[in-house]
Ligand binder design. Structure first.
Ligand SMILES: [Zn+2]
Length: 273
């Protein structure tokens, strides 16, 4: 990670240096944008109530910081689904200047087009990238509670294996900043659904290896651990899953829906150079 900015120090964008060539992987935070509270400062999402002109200005600043022109960004209309869509040259740029023109109602996309940046937005949900292959192919997903329960990470891997000459064992995955197990309190029903879906037999809720931790009698979820289990089940070796450990709710340099309610959106980006 480079460029660890705070308020007033510029546009907050970080590169994931562990991403192997020819992949470029980056994510944004909340500082250095033009938006006013509660979307201050670098809100990249048009949905939610911010002024579109400010969001566009923020996107242009990030495009400049990444040296990736806005017309080469591609976004989905994110709906917490488990759908995966292919991004060809014909749709590159969709969703870059407004919400409605997003590629599709979906939460994961895949491309083999060089110089085309996939972009997902989040404010506590997990941004997840998968990359590899020769010729190279990149995927990016927005996985919240519903997407994870629906098995979105594994579906992305299977989509890649079905459509490209790639072996899941050779892929690399990256799990971005999201709400951590420190902060993501959920109802008992949801905790039980996650435990049943992701924990190997014999691991009890509260065990350090469970996706569900218990604190003061309340259940908390580990979205990244759930994603790791799903990716591993789909054939990605655990040592090839790169992980951020940043909690969007704990760290003020990120937008957090849980912490703030109405707020902005940060983004994750991947492209093939
Ligand atoms: Zn936290």
């Amino acid at each position: 990670m480079i460029n660890p900015l705070r308020s007033g120090e510029g546009v907050s964008v970080w590169w994931v240096k562990e991403a192997p060539a020819p992949f470029r992987l980056a994510y944004s935070g909340r500082w250095g944008g033009a938006s006013e509270p509660p979307f201050h400062q670098l809100n990249l999402g048009f949905k939610g109530g911010d002024e579109p002109a400010r969001v566009l200005e923020n996107r242009k600043r990030v495009a400049e910081a990444l040296k990736m022109p806005l017309e080469r960004w591609t976004l989905l209309r994110q709906v917490h689904s488990d759908a995966v869509v292919m991004v060809g040259e014909d749709v590159v740029g969709a969703g870059s200047r407004d919400y409605a023109s997003g590629v599709d109602d979906a939460d994961a996309m895949v491309t083999a087009v060089r110089g085309a940046a996939l972009c997902v937005l989040a404010a506590d949900c997990l941004p997840l990238a998968v990359m590899g292959g020769d010729p190279p192919v990149a995927a990016l997903a927005h996985a919240g509670r519903r997407g994870l329960l629906a098995g979105l990470p594994g579906k992305v891997v299977r989509f890649l294996a079905e459509n490209f000459p790639v072996d899941p064992a050779d892929l690399i995955a990256w799990l971005g900043p999201c709400i951590g197990r420190c902060c993501y309190e959920v109802s008992e029903d949801i905790a039980e659904d996650f435990k049943r879906r992701f924990d190997p037999e014999g691991i009890e809720a509260g065990d350090p290896h469970s996706v569900v931790s218990l604190k003061g009698g309340r259940a908390r979820l580990d979205l990244r651990l759930a994603a790791r289990r799903d990716l591993s089940s789909a054939g990605v070796p655990p040592e090839r899953i790169l992980g951020s450990s940043e909690c969007t709710c704990c760290e003020p340099r990120f937008f957090s829906h849980r912490r703030e309610g109405i707020t902005g959106r940060q983004a994750a980006f991947i492209w093939i150079e």
